[in-house]
Design a protein. Structure first.
Length: 149
């Protein structure tokens, strides 16, 4: 059972985190914690109109949280806020066992499908897209733009 959850591909992804650290002048930031396991993430980003132009994160998470963060980090620069929200929503649906279609740039999140059978791991898996959407919402609220949550 654990082998299905921590597949070779998921473990490989934990080594592929990008954009680690902090930005000099982020437009928005957010923190998320998975209370059950203590995994945490801090996300900072900047937008150019509706597109992510800069991104950084600090991740202290389990392998599942790291794998999801790595996939997000590899494709977040240049992504629209809609693509990011759609990826988060698709991941939520997939974890609930519902049909989920990911935006093309975030399609690799589908490797986390086995997590659906482990509800205690859902929060850590969702950390990076949730925090990224929170940071986007911070910018939107500051700029008086509808957040689309």
């Amino acid at each position: 059972m654990i082998d299905a959850l921590y597949s070779r591909e998921i473990l490989r992804r934990t080594t592929q985190l990008q954009h680690l650290g902090r930005l000099a002048q982020p437009q928005g930031s957010a923190d998320r914690v998975a209370k059950l396991c203590g995994s945490t993430i801090h996300v900072e980003l900047s937008l150019d109109d509706d597109t992510v132009s800069d991104f950084a994160m600090e991740v202290e998470a389990c392998a599942l949280g790291q794998a999801a963060a790595a996939i997000l980090s590899q494709h977040v620069i240049g992504a629209t806020t809609t693509e990011i929200r759609d990826a988060r929503d698709a991941l939520r649906r997939m974890l609930k066992g519902e049909a989920a279609e990911f935006p093309e740039r975030f399609a690799d999140l589908s490797i986390l499908a086995a997590v659906r059978d482990f509800p205690a791991r859902h929060a850590s898996t969702l950390l990076s897209p949730e925090a990224t959407c929170d940071a986007i919402d911070t910018i939107a609220s500051r700029n008086n733009i509808a957040s689309g949550v």
